[in-house]
Write a protein that binds this ligand. Sequence first.
Ligand SMILES: *Cc1c(COP(=O)(O)O)cnc(C)c1O
Length: 399
Amino acid sequence: MIKYENMPGDGKFGEFGGVYVSETLIPALKELEKVFLASYRDPKFISEYGDIMRNYVGRPSPLYFARRLTEYCGGAQIWLKREDLNHTGAHKINNTVGQVLLAKRMGKRRLIAETGAGMHGVATATVAALFGMECEVFMGEEDIRRQSQNVDRMRFLGAKIAAVKSGTATLKDAMNEALRSWVARVEDTFYVIGTAAGPHPYPTMVREFQSVIGRELAVQCMENFSRYPDKIFACVGGGSNAIGIFAPFIGDPNVELVGVEAAGSGLETGMHAASLNGGSLGVLHGNKTFVLQDEFGQIKNTHSVSAGLDYPGVGPEHSFLKSTGGARYSFATDSEAVEAFLKLSSLEGIIPALESSHAIAGAMREARDMDKNKIVVVNLSGRGDKDMASVSEYLNSKK
Ligand SMILES: *Cc1c(COP(=O)(O)O)cnc(C)c1O
């Protein structure tokens, strides 16, 4: 089930999205759009993608009933879509496999990527190794410090790490550098964007590759309960795991779609990364969307305990869904996310990523007040192994 059947050439979602980049990149984006449109419904492409999904990534990911977490909350049934069980430990690989197949079709031999928590960097370095391509990953120095384990993983996979010192030395700065570097070497380089943001065609392309999550979920729901769930929760950084699980259900009046943003120390403190709840219309990384900015349009510093959500923008389709009411966007603070992280670990034996913990926190809060026969699905976007140091550091700071 593909929404926006006639993908508009300018990649607009209402007033959001579009292409706001330097002229040098326009031909490259046009070529990418052409190759993507010609490929993603080509049976040969679909079969190659599907084969890698099954035999390398390990799909389909299970839909798991969290019995003890459900009993603890005492309301709706909570089910988890287990993207944490994918090869490399998160949903990111669904997208990097799709993009590397496009790079191959375009004859590019070099991949670049930006990364925050390092999961997208690892997923890009992984497909570069799989296809024998060169790979360079841009990562902020602050994130290199917070996520040193993923830095080692990328190096072992054969990628080069470019440390980014500008700004807050986090994800937005890494994306600025990656875009700059792409302008300089656009002939032989494919830029693998890790979320449903950036200039057209990235938001549409990333949604299509990630919607494997939602398409599987639709089938699994029919098998398990012969209907679709009442609510679907997903955390929103740039918005790729959320749009991927939402896509087939957009417009279904019986399924409520809930994105959960990172409220950091609290929306009122200004130290957060909740672009949809606390931002305003602006342009960031090549598209028009909700952005955290000051009155002069300067991008604000963001904060989240979770490096993967620490981003001052959001994919334009989420801005569109917010403005049309097609989805609802709530938020969870650092402390609520860490609490959910600890609860899921101790009640289910599943250590979630700090990003995913925001979705769990949002779901726990609402499931409590729902009837026992209601069904809630949470996109468990990744596993928490990378977050051991961040959680310990957070808990020690609260002692
Ligand atoms: C990167 C990441 C996110 C945030 O990115 P989205 O594009 O918003 O999905 C969420 N969860 C995990 C596990 C991640 O690695």
